[in-house]
Ligand binder design. Structure first.
Ligand code: ADP
Ligand code: MG
Length: 706
């Protein structure tokens, strides 16, 4: 399977976008097609064994049939050429703009001249000239497509509506409709453009250039995209960190809010790591890149927000299908109104043709076709601003039906920073020796328990002494150190080897240690809830969402941790595969449409994250596997961001519903009034354009929600 992405510019009707999508999906050998009208990216997968060149050719043919004026270019996202939608906002707009304004303003002059009484005998010619100057391109596009047999779109609706108006002698209406349609289109373009801009500036992530430190001590200005791992850079005060890096020299206060949403400044010193997108405070820093640009956080976030458009929500997919049938139905109904009603009612044709034209004008589906994807796009951008990376609008939509959120304990709702509360050795062994044994055993593990133990060890570890090492998920470590066989883990691990120990008095997370098959003592560790766990659980519960905790830790320690979370139930002593089983059971218990989310820190939870209807991973502590498996990544590891994501999902749904109800009801009213002869074509075009603009402005509001 190979994935292809094309940037298609010059598609200016949202409806054609959905047509492209549907037609490409019909090609044999092509799978999972998605075209996003906002980002203008068409992505699809070509099945193995099929000629890629051939399929790409077929796709290009379809695009040029549906939209003859479009320009297709392959989307390249390599380190050196990140031609993202964010760097491509409004190109080629200038030349188009001047030509557009010239003919457009002349057109308007003709339109006004047409109303002057003495020029009345020439009014047809005057209005028609204005018509061509203002909307000639629309008519041209509509005609081009008739020959390509794919003509049911907005341009076609407008062209027949205005031609019809000329035919029945309503010249000024014909020009007026096109004029306002054009103005509306212009505003829609602007709105979509500015929404892209507002997302990219909200993220304020990209730094285009950076200063590379050369071996001779001078600096050279290089493009951020060309920076490779291990390059030394000088970061000036106030500038954006271009790639993920580590500080070599200098201290500073960093603004990390772009990436993490955290507003307090972060103090950094030599050795501290910096993510790309952070903004340097007031001092100069010397740093070393730890990743290539393309592998850095910013590039990944931008790619994610862009690609999120590929995984469409059900609502968006519905609109795509809807638009396909909609226009033909509208045209057929208009024909019926124009020619059947006058026959049945023995009425004048002119009157009913006029009413049919109103029907055509008001039926344009733009308001929905543009505003719904735009709402999701804005909301995903808004979430990214808070450090919540949502991988697709489908997940954002699914969050609305989440009725249960299941959390992992260690590292997810707790800090995952353990403090040693007690070291309890058996006789004949000192505390120091016990702790040293544990530190050696845990040296290679990335589990929060292990990291905390190793960090607390004050001597140097000679890793050559660790001869064998293996980690058993959800249990602990088995290692061979020098000539000793060491086990460090929980009761389950020791029980496996029938090693006896005193089970009583274990009230915290304990690492039990055995040497050569004999229990030698334990280290009691304590962890604390994250600062926002209690408030976030309360908030979720107040929304009617159940909270459940799953943990591999023992019952006592789990109970202690959960005691302050009223109404939350927990399951303890779980192995990673048992977490999956319990999770699936919880999913089965849900009532019809309710969904279950899972939030994990990634250590051992990737399988559950993947299984969840909506899987959250912690972005800082999370392993690569879990970030990969997750649908939503929380860059700050804060529990509160789960609630925030759900809130954003609710707001998005509200805006989408508002837009659907608003645009359908306005259009429907004008339609009814039109059929009864009350409204005119003027009202119809205002309803069409006005509704579209209001719906778009409403969608754009999502970027600003608190
Ligand atoms: P949680 O579900 O709370 O995130 P894990 O599944 O990661 O916990 O681990 C479950 C239990 O397994 C821990 O509480 C600990 O007792 C034991 N364990 C896992 N890894 C280690 C390790 N590296 N060293 C010691 N004990 C470990
Ligand atoms: Mg965990």
């Amino acid at each position: 399977m190979s994935k292809k992405e094309f940037v298609i510019t010059g598609i200016d009707c949202a409806h054609c976008a959905s047509k492209v999508e549907l037609k490409v999906a019909e090609i044999t050998g092509i799978k999972s097609v998605s075209f996003n009208f906002i980002s203008k990216i068409l992505s699809f997968e070509i099945i193995q064994g099929v000629s890629i060149a051939e399929k790409v050719f077929e796709v290009k043919q379809i695009i040029s049939t549906v939209e003859p004026d479009s320009v297709i270019s392959e989307k390249i996202t390599t380190a050196n050429n990140h031609n993202s939608i964010f760097s491509k906002v409004s190109t080629n707009k200038k030349s188009w703009f001047s030509l557009f304004t010239l003919s457009f303003t002349t057109g308007i002059i003709f339109f006004i001249l047409g109303f002057i009484p003495i020029l009345k005998p020439f009014s047809f010619f005057i209005f028609f000239t204005g018509y061509i100057l203002i909307g000639g391109d629309i008519v041209l596009k509509a005609f081009k497509k008739v020959f390509r047999k794919s003509f049911f779109d907005e341009n076609f609706l407008m062209t027949i509506a205005t031609f019809g108006a000329f035919a029945i002698g309503e010249y000024s209406e014909a020009v007026g409709v096109l004029l306002f349609y054009k103005i509306g289109e212009f505003f829609q373009d602007k709105a979509v453009d500015s929404s892209k801009k507002s997302i990219s500036s909200l993220l304020k992530l990209k730094s285009d250039e950076a200063f590379e430190l050369m071996p001779d001590g001078t600096t050279k200005l290089v493009s951020a995209e060309s920076i490779k791992k291990d390059t030394f850079l000088i970061i000036k005060p106030g500038s954006v960190i271009p790639v993920d890096s580590v500080i070599i020299e200098g201290n500073s206060n960093i603004d990390s809010s772009n990436i993490t949403g955290e507003s307090l400044p972060l103090f950094v010193e030599p050795g501290s790591s910096l993510l790309s997108g952070y903004i340097n405070g007031s001092s100069v820093l010397k740093v070393m890149a730890v990743k290539d640009y393309s592998e850095s956080t910013v590039a990944k976030i931008l790619a994610l927000v862009e690609n999120s458009a590929g995984k469409k929500s059900k609502t968006e997919n519905f609109i795509t299908k809807f638009a396909q049938f909609y226009t033909p139905i509208v045209v057929v109904s208009a024909l019926a109104i124009a020619f059947i009603s006058p026959i049945i009612l023995a009425d004048s044709f002119d009157k009913w043709i006029y009413r049919a034209l109103i029907f055509l004008v008001v039926s344009c589906p733009c308001a929905l076709v543009i505003s719904i994807p735009l709402s999701f796009f804005m909301a995903i951008g808004r979430a990214a601003k808070s450090g919540i990376l949502i991988k697709g609008s489908c997940y954002l939509e699914a969050l609305n039906s989440v009725k249960t959120v299941v959390f992992d304990k260690t590292g997810t709702i707790t800090e995952g920073k353990f403090k040693v509360s007690e070291i309890i050795p058996e006789e004949n062994i000192s505390k120091e020796e016990l702790y040293e044994t544990a530190s050696y055993a845990e040296f290679y593990s990335t589990h929060p328990i292990a990291v905390s133990i190793v960090e607390g060890f004050d001597k140097k570890i000679n890793s050559d002494l660790i001869e064998k090492y293996s980690e058993i998920a959800g249990m602990g470590i088995i290692a061979k150190i020098k000539d000793d066989f060491i086990i460090a883990g929980n009761a389950k691990l020791l029980n496996r080897d029938n090693i006896s120990f005193n089970k009583d008095n274990i009230f915290s997370t304990s690492v039990l240690i055995a040497k050569n098959g004999k229990y030698i003592g334990r280290i009691d560790m304590s962890d604390s809830l994250k600062y926002d766990t209690i408030s976030s659980f309360k908030f979720l519960n107040s929304l009617g969402i159940n909270t459940i905790v799953l943990t591999g830790d023992n019952f006592n320690s789990a109970q202690k941790a959960i005691s302050s979370l009223e109404g939350t139930i927990f399951y303890s002593d779980l192995l990673p595969n048992e977490k999956v089983e319990i999770f699936e059971k919880i999913q089965l218990e849900q009532k019809y449409n309710s969904k279950v989310a899972f939030v994990g820190d990634g250590v051992n939870d990737a399988p559950v994250i993947a299984r969840a209807d909506v899987g959250f991973a912690m972005g800082i502590k999370g392993s690569d596997a879990s970030i990969e498996a997750a649908d939503i990544v929380l860059m700050t590891d804060e529990v509160a961001k789960v609630a925030k994501a759900i809130e954003i999902a609710h707001s998005t749904r509200k805006v989408v519903i508002q837009n659907v109800i608003f645009s359908l009801s306005v259009k429907f009213s004008v339609l009814i009034l039109g059929i009864f002869g009350v409204s005119t074509m003027w009202e119809a075009v205002f309803a069409d354009v006005g509704v579209a603009i209001i719906a778009i402005l409403n969608a754009m509001r999502l970027i600003k929600i608190k």
